[in-house]
Design a protein around this ligand. Structure first.
Ligand SMILES: [Zn+2]
Length: 86
């Protein structure tokens, strides 16, 4: 049984690609062009916006708990973007 939903293409990006890149996205490790692609997808895909928001929140909590220097502005930007779409 496969989850074909993950192969859904929104804004030119598959859901599974978004999920695969999410960690690098939150780390600020992606190119600006890729970030724009993922943001476009997250802004148009309810599934990824919901899941991405949950993952971002968890990663942020982990980083705060570890007192690691983190790109919080990137996480904030993701969450703000998701919130703005609702
Ligand atoms: Zn998606």
């Amino acid at each position: 049984m496969t989850d074909q939903g993950l192969d859904t293409v929104v804004a030119g990006v598959r859901c599974r690609e978004v999920l695969a890149d999410l960690s690098d996205y939150l780390d600020g490790a992606l190119t600006p062009a890729r970030v724009r692609e993922l943001q476009a997808h997250l802004g148009a895909c309810d599934r990824c916006a919901r899941f991405g928001g949950q993952v971002a929140a968890v990663l942020q909590q982990l980083r705060e708990a570890a007192v690691v220097e983190s790109p919080v502005d990137v996480v904030d930007a993701v969450l703000a973007r998701i919130a703005a779409e609702r």
